[in-house]
Design a protein around this ligand. Structure first.
Ligand code: NAD
Ligand code: ZN
Length: 247
């Protein structure tokens, strides 16, 4: 992470009319939300196939709900960090700005980002597996809640393994990736599809990629600029130089 990288990044960003940013679990790590694939991530303690899938829910809804209840209650103890706020500022500064996230924690909204494409849903959302009922709340719904309208099982409003992503959000994400002037990829291992396909679409369209991740990913060698650092530190570093720039 040298000064040149920061200068080049600011140049790309400041000249862009449309910036597209895509974030993964690493974006929230410095807020204290664990990632899934890192050493101390959820996956080391839980088997995702036993929890984050429709089959798991059908077999053992109480166990799945218990895990989600724990993750929901964690949301009350975390808050957005300075990197989240930098991205909210960019949205206000740049003519067109698209924020795509795989995160379900809602931290981008809480930091002030308005236009967020949440590809994997939201932890705060409860939906019905039988009808269109959905609501945002973090109240304790009991160990195995049922829908008031159709009596089917209520479930967390997130996308599970094997399920389709929300079509509108996904197609907006692909459109933005292909049309933007610079694509910023932050804190994602780049192995969860179709979300990872969004960054691939940007590369295929010849859009320069800026990547921020302490660990290399399949995208790092294709990035125009790769920052081997954490999201808060690097975003604040870019922002300081961008603001100090004389127009
Ligand atoms: P991942 O767990 O597969 O990968 C996390 C990535 O973040 C890794 O590449 C890691 O090197 C990087 N990272 C760790 N600390 C970082 C930091 N401080 N700054 C920048 N990068 C950092 O995450 P993923 O690719 O997003 O895929 C996991 C899936 O699980 C997602 O689809 C998401 O829906 C879900 N998930 C969501 C949350 C959340 O909402 N906060 C947390 C965990 C998992
Ligand atoms: Zn229902």
């Amino acid at each position: 992470m040298d000064t040149d990288s920061f200068e080049s990044a600011v140049k790309l960003l400041a000249n862009a009319k449309h910036i597209c940013v895509s974030t993964g679990a690493g974006m929230s790590a410095e807020s204290g939300v664990p990632t899934f694939r890192d050493k101390d991530g959820h996956w080391s303690k839980f088997n995702p196939a036993e929890l984050a899938s429709p089959l798991a829910f059908a077999r053992n809804p109480q166990k799945v709900w218990a895990w989600y209840r724990e993750r929901r209650s964690q949301l009350a103890t975390v808050k957005p960090h300075s990197g989240h706020r930098v991205l909210a500022d960019w949205e206000r500064r740049v003519p067109q700005f698209t924020l795509v996230t795989q995160n379900v924690d809602g931290l981008h909204r809480r930091a002030g980002s308005q236009n967020v494409l949440e590809l994997h849903g939201r932890l705060e959302l409860t939906t019905c597996s039988g009808c269109t009922f959905s609501r945002v709340d973090l109240d304790d719904l009991g160990p195995e809640p049922r829908c008031e309208q159709c009596a089917a099982r209520l479930r967390p409003g997130v996308v599970w393994f094997g399920e389709e992503l929300p079509h509108a959000a996904l197609s907006s994400a692909f459109a933005a990736a292909e049309a933007c002037d610079v694509f910023v990829l932050i804190g994602t291992s780049g192995v969860v599809y179709p979300a990872a396909g969004v960054a691939e679409a940007a590369l295929a369209a010849g859009v320069p990629l800026i990547e921020i991740n302490p660990e290399q990913t399949p995208f790092s060698s294709h990035a125009a600029i790769y920052f081997a650092g954490s999201s808060a530190v690097v975003l604040v570093g870019i922002e300081e130089r961008w603001k100090a720039r004389t127009p």
